[in-house]
Design a binder for this molecule. Structure first.
Ligand code: LLP
Length: 396
């Protein structure tokens, strides 16, 4: 939960306006340390899953702690380069890569391209590339169905039989340097990881693969409810590290949410407190256009209003015209005044990166707090930005 002083939030809201994404750099640093401490007995490297947050300042900040980048599109790759990562610090992911994407990567020579399918091997043709095979081990990660990726009905990766076929017919231009597996996101139990990594281990052994590394993806769940409901790192250490160590290879991780999730706050202001015979609504100036997770996955984010007189039960709803634009239903909050600042917690991952212009909302600004001062790391969009791609003569 919130470890910054209330005044910091008031000051940021006043200086930059709302809605606003505020990132606590100290928290990102603490999370990186926590990961490093958990994995200290392992030979490992972390690649940050940029889809969680691709702000270049934050990427650069993480890079200064020895973190690489996991890019899932050509644009993410280019932003990683813009933020200072060299190709050998970047791992490329993604299904449905185009031939243009593949030729670009063949030229750039990233650390590794994770190949998603047999068909992708055909697309690569005779271009030289370091590759890992993304295995879909058919394991239930016990998370929200929209963020499970390693079940056989999911579109990602290849089953073990297909992987065998790929290995047997691998052309000389491709160097198989690793196996990759990512079974889902916001995983809080250890069993799915145990099952997935054990089957990966048996496969590597059976196939007698001579690899440089094994990439076990990301997925570490965080404590959204503020009830210690994230992944249990002691259990991870005890139950999973022995399996990972047994590969006898460097283990790569692609963590997103666990590094930045808890560092981010979506700051908003109350626009209206609306009482109906049926229920109360607190309408705020943020919306599903800024943070879509509650509307899309029924995701829980703790919400608090910094001050208020008595308490009330209310839905906290956004400003866009959509019934699903509700951040939280029937929660107990301080009765806020109009203009009071509200905090939506744990919004650092899949917040800004999934934002949209729905209802012609302008995207919020992003600000980092370094413990001492604010740093504006992305400006707020303005009305002109919304019309930027329209040529006047198109509408005349
Ligand atoms: N590696 C691969 C190949 C992935 O597909 C993902 C996430 C990650 C790493 C990072 O996973 P993390 O450590 O952040 O769990 N929009 C959803 C999450 C989608 C995750 C997609 N893949 C949400 O807001 O919960």
């Amino acid at each position: 939960m919130n470890i910054l002083d209330k005044d910091i939030f008031y000051e940021a809201a006043k200086k930059y306006g709302t809605p606003l994404y505020l990132y606590d750099l100290g928290e990102i640093k603490r999370r990186i340390k926590l990961i490093k401490d958990t994995l200290k007995d392992l030979n490992f490297k972390i690649f940050f899953a940029m889809k969680a947050n691709s702000n270049p300042y934050l990427l650069k900040f993480m890079r200064s702690y020895g973190i690489g980048a996991d890019a899932v599109s050509l644009n993410e790759y280019k932003v990683a380069r813009f933020a200072g990562f060299s190709p050998n610090e970047i791992v490329v992911n993604g299904n449905g890569k185009s031939i243009e994407d593949i030729s670009f990567y063949a030229n750039e020579k990233p650390m590794c391209v994770n190949v998603d399918s047999y068909e992708e091997i055909k697309k690569i043709g005779d271009l030289p590339m370091r590759i890992a095979l993304r295995i879909n081990p058919n394991v239930d990660p016990k998370t929200h169905p929209h963020i499970s990726t390693g079940l056989k009905e999911n579109k990602f990766g290849m089953d073990f039989e297909t992987a065998k076929k790929v290995i047997r017919s691998l052309p000389n231009n491709l160097r198989l340097v690793g196996l990759h597996c990512h079974i889902g996101s916001q995983i809080t139990e250890t069993e799915p990881f145990i099952e997935a990594f054990s089957s990966l281990k048996s496969f590597a052994k059976e196939e007698k693969l001579d690899l440089e590394f094994v990439n076990v993806g990301g997925g570490w769940g965080i404590d959204y409810m503020d009830k210690n409901d994230g992944i249990n790192l002691n259990r991870y250490k005890n139950d999973i590290l022995p399996i990972l160590s047994s590969f006898d290879l460097p283990i790569y991780f692609e963590l997103g949410r666990f590094i930045v999730g808890s560092s981010g706050y979506l700051l908003t202001k109350v626009k209206e407190v609306k009482r109906t015979p049926h229920k109360n609504f607190v309408i705020v100036d943020a919306s599903m256009a800024d943070l879509i997770r509650p509307a899309l996955y029924d995701a829980h984010h703790e919400i608090e209003f910094l001050s208020g007189k008595s308490e009330m039960i209310a839905d906290v709803a956004g400003r866009v015209c959509e019934s699903g634009d509700v951040f939280a239903r029937e929660i107990k909050i301080n009765v806020p005044e109009i203009g009071e600042v509200g905090l939506i917690h744990d919004a650092g991952a899949y917040g800004y990166s999934m934002s949209s212009n729905y209802n012609l909302s302008a995207r919020p600004s992003e600000v980092a707090f370094d413990g001492d001062k604010f740093i504006l790391i992305r400006k707020r969009e303005n009305f002109e930005d919304l019309l930027r791609l329209i040529e006047e003569d198109q509408i005349l």
